[in-house]
Write a protein that binds this ligand. Structure first.
Ligand SMILES: NC(=O)c1ccc[n+]([C@@H]2O[C@H](COP(=O)([O-])OP(=O)(O)OC[C@H]3O[C@@H](n4cnc5c(N)ncnc54)[C@H](OP(=O)(O)O)[C@@H]3O)[C@@H](O)[C@H]2O)c1
Length: 261
C-alpha cells in the first residue's frame, strides 16, 4: 500500500474541542500529517497556545472561539473558516460535555438541554453547515466523537450516554445521505482516556486517591493502561485521510479492549 494515502498535505481541517485532550492531540496529529488546522473551543487564550504549537510544525493554524451548543456561533465559525481558507476538507466533531451526575429519576431538563445542545444538536448542525461547503468543493470527511457509553450506560451520566448513542446514528444517517457527494462520515468511540473530562469522575476525592483508583481501573483494562489522547489521534488521521476511502458510517471503539471484559 502507498503510505502517502495517509497524508493530509494541504488539507483544511476544523477540530472542535481542540484546546486540550483528544481534540488537541488530533489537531497536532493532523498538522504532523500536513494539514492546516482551525482549532476551536470556547476559550480563545487556550486555543492560541495550541495554534502556536501547530504553526511550529510548518502548517497554518487559526484559533476561533465558538460555543458549539449555540447555533448562531456554529454558522459564524463555518463562515470564518471558509473566509480564511476557502473550504473545509475535514471536520472533527470532538467537543463534548458531561456536566451533571444524576440518575434518570433526578435529571433536570436544563442539564438535559446542555448535554444535548452540545453533544448532539451542535454536532449535527455543524456537520450540516460543513457538509454544504464540502458538497460545493467536491467532498470531505466528517469524524464524530461518541463514547463507549454509547453502547453501555454508565451510572448517573444517562443524558451523556443517550447523546453519544445518537451520535453513532447521526454518523450512519449522514454517511448514507452524503456518500453521493464524496463525503465520508465516521465516528470514534473512546473508552477511558486521560483528559480533564475523564478526571472529573474524581471531582470529590484527593489527587492521591484518584491515582490509586486510576491504577485499579488500569488493571481492569485488557491492554493494562488508561488511554492517552495520542492513542486516539492515529485513528483520526486514518479516518481523515484517503487511506480509509472504503469506510463510511462506521464507529471505531478505541478502548484498550474494555468493552470485551
Ligand atoms: N476522555 C475520555 O475518557 C472520553 C471517553 C469517551 C468519549 N470522550 C469524548 O471525547 C471528546 C473530547 O473529550 P476529552 O476527553 O478530550 O475532554 P477535555 O480534555 O475536557 O476536552 C474537552 C474540549 O471540549 C471543549 N468544549 C467543552 N465545551 C464546549 C462547548 N460548549 N463548545 C465548544 N467546545 C467545548 C473544551 O474547551 P473549552 O473549555 O475551551 O470550551 C475542550 O477543548 C468529548 O466528546 C468526550 O465526550 C472522552
Amino acid at each position: 500500500m502507498d503510505l502517502s494515502r495517509f497524508s493530509l498535505e494541504g488539507k483544511v481541517a476544523l477540530v472542535t474541542g481542540a484546546s486540550r485532550g483528544i481534540g488537541k492531540a488530533t489537531a497536532l496529529g493532523f498538522a504532523n500529517a500536513g494539514a492546516n488546522v482551525v482549532v476551536t473551543s470556547r476559550k480563545l487564550p487556550d486555543l492560541e497556545l495550541v495554534a502556536e504549537e501547530i504553526r511550529g510544525l510548518g502548517v497554518k493554524s487559526l484559533p476561533v472561539a465558538c460555543h458549539v451548543g449555540r447555533m448562531d456561533q456554529i454558522q459564524e465559525l463555518v463562515k470564518t473558516v471558509v473566509g480564511e481558507f476557502g473550504t473545509i476538507d475535514i471536520l472533527v466533531n470532538n467537543a463534548g460535555t458531561s456536566p451533571v451526575l444524576a440518575s434518570s429519576l433526578d435529571l433536570e431538563e436544563r442539564a438535559w438541554d446542555v448535554v444535548m445542545n452540545l453533544n448532539l444538536k451542535g454536532l449535527f448542525f455543524l456537520s450540516q453547515a460543513a457538509s454544504r461547503v464540502m458538497k460545493e468543493h467536491g467532498g470531505g470527511k466528517i469524524i464524530n466523537v461518541a463514547s463507549i457509553d454509547a453502547y453501555k450506560p454508565e451510572y448517573h451520566v444517562g443524558a451523556y450516554s443517550i447523546s453519544k448513542a445518537a451520535v453513532v446514528m447521526v454518523t450512519k444517517v449522514m454517511a448514507v445521505e452524503l456518500a453521493q457527494y464524496n463525503i465520508r462520515v465516521n465516528c470514534i468511540a473512546p473508552g477511558a482516556v486521560e483528559t480533564r473530562i475523564y478526571d472529573s469522575h474524581w471531582f470529590d476525592v484527593s489527587e492521591e486517591q484518584m491515582k490509586k483508583e486510576k491504577a485499579e481501573v488500569a488493571k481492569r483494562i485488557p491492554v493494562g493502561h488508561i488511554g492517552q489522547p495520542d492513542e486516539v489521534a492515529g485513528a483520526m488521521i486514518y479516518l481523515a485521510s484517503d487511506a480509509s476511502s472504503y469506510l463510511t458510517g462506521e464507529t471505531i471503539l478505541i478502548d484498550g479492549g474494555s468493552f470485551l471484559v
